[in-house]
Design a protein around this ligand. Structure first.
Ligand SMILES: *[C@@H]1O[C@H](CO)[C@@H](O)[C@H](O)[C@H]1NC(C)=O
Ligand SMILES: *[C@@H]1O[C@H](CO)[C@@H](O)[C@H](O)[C@H]1NC(C)=O
Ligand SMILES: *[C@@H]1O[C@H](CO)[C@@H](O)[C@H](O)[C@H]1NC(C)=O
Ligand SMILES: *[C@@H]1O[C@H](CO)[C@@H](O)[C@H](O)[C@H]1NC(C)=O
Ligand SMILES: *[C@@H]1O[C@H](CO)[C@@H](O)[C@H](O)[C@H]1NC(C)=O
Ligand SMILES: *[C@@H]1O[C@H](CO)[C@@H](O)[C@H](O)[C@H]1NC(C)=O
Length: 422
């Protein structure tokens, strides 16, 4: 409760002082009682106004933590330490309802990912929809009890595919004036944010339509209703009735059903390895991240609250110990094994064709193939950066490689490789 209050206070403070709101003044690290390390301490005193200066920002330290490139001030990212307090905890749910909150927002970037939007709605990350690595990781650790490396990997994939890792900002929705394009516009003139279809978001979503045939941003009642039909068939019995508890069989049913719908309706269906991996990982969250920590059950009302309202359910407890990425990877592997779909896309004739396997060693497992394909959705220019920009990219790609490297044989780092202009 105390942690939440301080996070909320900080979010509101930032909200009341829009001119001061920036990555530099939202160091969630300190909001949750963890002592910020030296790098973040120095970062907090960085003056954002110095971004206009075309020379490197003076630093009191031998290793600067800010740097100017193409008129932008880059900030050195630091992965926060693992939270020390990691037990069962009830997460407060009382809050202004989403619509009045969004009306009050100065900038509405249409957040698209329910878990991210939940964090923003409750003030665990900035309510303006623009976050930093540190803020995302601390928010996920505090509210969902994610392990620091799991949270870091999730934040990294967001920042590398759709954010600006030089200035350490990413929009959890659409484009925002608070996130400048990558220096030199190496990924086009606008940073689109994670809602944009085709890299992180894409086809065969659990709650959104494929972009080619519908609304890929807003919650879709009919698609979620289809998910709940699978729950009715395969779900476990629980406190809210029979067939109301999500399980792996339900997740398999949901993915099979949603793929079949996309296959039937979407002439431009794309379900490459990266997208398949994200879709299965999202289905995994319903089983690993959303369960009530006291019962370990992810129930109909709980998932309904996260998906429909994008709020923490009443009387919901986070997990009793940190959730490891490997727990979610286990669900992804179960889905990948049980679902007879290969990564691929429809060709010009409308036939779904499997994608070619990537080069060795990335062909050694689905995890490694998805890892390689994810890097192929990150601007190639990120692999050719210097200074703090390069340090940030190296930190983020290192987090992703560390996760992929747990798969036997996945021994080679895949640098960002999306051709410029793609
Ligand atoms: C729920 O399932 C149990 C066990 O299968 C069964 O005994 C019970 O009648 C079911 N309850 C309802 C309301 O269908
Ligand atoms: C929930 O899961 C945790 C960790 O696996 C376990 O220690 C605990 O006993 C489980 N609780 C219930 C009620 O099943
Ligand atoms: C969504 O929020 C409203 C208003 O607080 C509440 O009445 C409703 O039960 C919630 N829906 C879900 C699915 O949690
Ligand atoms: C979580 O479990 C506790 C203990 O069983 C219960 O009181 C609470 O209502 C549950 N919360 C939800 C959201 O299901
Ligand atoms: C991966 O590619 C290498 C080189 O083309 C090939 O020898 C190997 O059999 C492939 N491995 C798998 C699992 O397909
Ligand atoms: C790497 O970046 C530099 C400076 O932006 C640029 O001049 C060079 O062409 C780039 N090299 C490649 C291989 O993209």
């Amino acid at each position: 409760m105390r942690s939440f209050s301080s996070a909320q206070t900080l979010a509101l403070l930032c909200f009341l002082l829009p001119a001061a709101r920036s990555a530099a003044v939202f160091p969630a690290t300190s909001a949750f009682g963890a002592p910020p390390d030296c790098l973040s301490c120095r970062r907090q005193v960085t003056d954002p106004a110095s971004s206009a200066t075309p020379t490197p920002t003076p630093s009191t330290s031998a290793s600067p933590t800010t740097e100017v490139q193409d008129g932008q001030t880059g900030t050195l990212m630091v992965l926060p330490p693992q939270a020390t307090e990691t037990g069962l905890k009830q997460i407060p749910w009382q809050m202004p309802i989403i619509r009045s909150l969004r009306q009050a927002q100065e900038i509405n970037v249409d957040p698209v990912v329910p878990a991210m939007n939940t964090l923003a709605n409750h003030g665990y990350i900035s309510r303006n929809g623009v976050s930093t690595l540190e803020e995302l990781v601390n928010g996920m650790m505090e509210a969902f009890n994610l392990d620091v490396n799991f949270a870091g990997g999730l934040a990294a994939v967001n920042l590398l595919t759709r954010g600006n890792p030089f200035v350490n900002k990413v929009s959890i929705g659409g484009p925002s004036p608070l996130v400048p394009p990558l220096p030199g516009n190496i990924d086009g003139p606008v940073a689109l944010g994670i809602a944009a279809h085709g890299r992180l978001e894409g086809d065969v979503s659990l709650t959104r339509a494929d972009a080619a045939i519908g609304d890929s941003v807003d919650f879709q009642e009919l698609i979620f209703d289809g998910d709940l039909l699978q729950l009715g068939k395969f779900g476990d019995n629980g406190p809210d009735g029979n067939n109301t508890v999500f399980n792996v069989a339900t997740a398999i049913g949901i993915m099979n059903n949603n793929f079949a719908r996309s296959l039937a309706l979407n002439p431009q269906l794309t379900f490459n390895a990266a997208r398949m991996s994200v879709a299965y990982a999202t289905a995994g969250f319903w089983l690993t991240v959303f369960p009530n920590g006291t019962t370990n059950q992810s129930t109909l009302p709980i998932v309904g609250s996260f998906m429909r309202n994008q709020t923490f359910p009443p009387n919901w407890y986070r997990a009793a110990s940190p959730i490891l990425g490997s727990a979610n990877a286990k669900v992804v592997a179960e889905l990948q094994t049980a679902i007879p779909i290969l990564p691929g896309r429809k060709n010009a004739q409308g036939v779904y064709v499997a994608d070619p396997a990537p080069p060795f060693p990335f062909n050694t497992s689905f995890v490694c193939t998805a890892y390689y394909d994810q890097a192929a959705h990150m601007p190639v220019g990120l692999a050719n950066t210097t200074g703090i920009y390069k340090q940030n990219v190296d930190l983020l790609t290192g987090l992703l490689f560390a996760a992929a490297n747990r798969a036997p044989g996945c021994t080679q780092l895949a640098p960002p490789s999306l051709p410029s202009g793609a």
